[in-house]
Design a protein around this ligand. Structure first.
Ligand code: ADP
Length: 491
């Protein structure tokens, strides 16, 4: 069955990105289109999205968005295409809401009107259907920013001739961010105070956008099967585990795919030498390259551990920081790239200055260096406290860079632990979120590196042959869309 699918989100590669959400929205539509579906995407027209560069076309007319106590507001709509596809993408234009630097805030401080900005996006998504005469079979919302869409479809837009009685899917890419706002936000949402109850939109006396979506969406998903189970527990549910348990039957996990046209050692244009599973000689050159960039001794035999990511607690950098002094007593090298919490910049910067022969840390965002680390390192460390999906461990497997991960969420789902007896696996795992467990597991990997060369060779081969494709992921999304459409018809 050919479906009409409307995907709404706050970011999409290559237009605007702050994290993994943008990668999903940038890739999934292309594969759904290849499968024959009519798919359209909606995001805000942030200031940084250049209309000329992307060849955007202003559509005739305006959207009239009812914003409750604030009255009606107006949006212009620009139309473009997702790169290398004919998938239409619509940009919601509002100078007051999106005509500024930053997606959600500036200097780590959230914009005070984020409630308005994303109520506006959610309603604009539904209003857009009329303007472009598109009657979706399913509306796919993502994270708290667009989580109100399923809620509005059940309330304000219940009898709308385009969006009324249509199925919805809400995908949660990260449970930590929920969109919590003061009570006055209810007057802008404007669906009536009867919805401000502990089942629907209220959480500890705050208005919670994600909760409303979890309650109202026809079907729910998150970005790994492991995380789908974890978020139903107090440790990972961030206070929404109760509503998620209520909806457990409708909650699925679909692991993200990888864009292998950008992330594979045969195709990567950013690394110093290409290589493949049959000929790893280029990988040795990549290792030399990263050692040179990092100012580390160019030793072939020393195990080099890479790390790339946001330097925030989610990524387990606190336990890594605690384990680092002891790790640096081993004969290893560590190359770190990331930005995030100020304490981490000071601590890791300081440690790098103190141990220039063993530890290198670059603070900032640098895509080229991220590719070079993936290719040049021998191991890739991700000690995350929680990880909805995680991309870097999947990239690193493709580059034959063995992941050392904490077994949580998508990390647990995608990495198979080394089995010394059978010689199977694609990486090394630990379970306890402690500096000791991290140290022991890095120690295990390093021991294996120095003493069991053939086991390492086997692991590299297994890892490089593993695939996480968007074709597979898109088929699973298609199944969920069909399920959603069927449920909605039956109700
Ligand atoms: P999250 O979405 O939680 O940040 P993911 O592993 O899903 O984590 O995705 C992170 C993506 O961002 C990866 O593609 C990674 O390479 C990239 N990335 C993160 N930090 C940096 C950085 N400092 N420089 C370059 N790329 C980075």
């Amino acid at each position: 069955m050919k479906l009409s699918i409307l995907i709404s989100a706050s970011e999409a590669v290559p237009f605007a990105k702050s994290g993994g959400l943008a990668d999903v929205i940038g890739s999934l539509p292309k594969y759904l289109k290849k499968m024959g579906h009519d798919v359209r995407v909606v995001i805000p027209r942030y200031y940084e999205i250049d209309k000329e560069q992307w060849g955007l076309r202003l559509l005739p007319g305006v959207l009239v968005i009812p914003m409750g106590i604030l009255g009606e507001k107006y949006a212009a709509v620009y139309e473009g295409r997702m790169p290398d596809t004919d998938v239409p993408i619509y940009f919601i234009e509002h100078e007051g809401y999106y005509g500024r630097n930053g997606l959600y805030g500036e200097d780590n401080i959230a914009f005070p009107d984020n409630d308005q900005r994303f109520i506006f996006l959610s309603k604009a998504t539904l209003e857009l259907c009329k303007m472009i005469n598109f009657k979706p079979d399913i509306v796919h919302a993502n994270d708290w920013h667009t989580a109100l869409i399923p809620f509005f479809m059940d309330t304000t837009y219940k009898n709308d001739s385009y969006a009324g009685k249509v199925a919805s899917l809400l995908t949660i890419h990260n449970m930590e961010y929920q969109g919590n706002f003061r009570l006055s936000t209810m007057d802008i949402i404007d669906t009536g105070w009867e919805h401000f109850n502990f089942l629907e939109i209220e959480k500890h006396d705050w208005v919670n956008f994600l909760k409303a979506g979890v309650y109202h969406a026809t079907i729910l998903s998150t970005v790994s099967e492991g995380y789908a189970k974890e978020i139903q527990t107090p440790e990972y549910g961030w206070g929404l585990e109760g509503v998620l348990q209520e909806r457990a039957d409708d909650l699925y996990g679909i692991l993200n795919g990888v864009d292998y046209s950008k992330w594979s050692p045969e195709a990567d244009t950013l690394i110093t030498s290409k290589y493949s599973v049959d000929d790893l000689s280029g990988k040795a050159l990549c290792k030399k390259d990263i050692q040179r960039i990092a100012g580390l001794p160019e030793r072939k035999e020393v195990p080099l551990i890479g790390m790339v990511g946001r330097l925030v607690k989610q990524k387990g950098i606190d336990i890594f920081a605690a384990a680092l002094p002891k790790l640096l007593e081993l004969d290893i090298q560590i190359v770190m790239l990331g930005e995030g919490e100020p304490w981490a910049h000071f601590y890791f910067g300081g440690m790098a200055a103190k141990h220039p022969q063993k530890f290198f840390c670059q603070i900032g965002y640098d895509n080229t260096l991220a590719h070079k680390i993936e290719a040049g390192a021998d191991f890739f460390l991700m000690p995350s406290a929680f990880e909805p999906c995680g991309l870097n461990q999947m990239y690193s497997m493709r580059y034959g860079t063995l992941p050392i991960v904490r077994a949580t969420g998508g990390l647990d789902d995608s990495v198979e632990n080394f089995d010394e007896e059978k010689g199977t696996g694609t990486g090394f795992k630990f379970w306890d979120l402690t500096p000791g467990a991290l140290f022991d597991t890095v120690g295990w990997a390093v021991y294996t590196w120095y003493n069991k060369k053939s086991a390492i060779k086997g692991l590299i081969k297994n890892a490089m042959n593993k695939r996480f494709t968007w074709e597979d992921a898109a088929k699973k999304y298609e199944q969920l869309y069909l399920k959603g459409v069927k449920y909605r018809r039956e109700v």
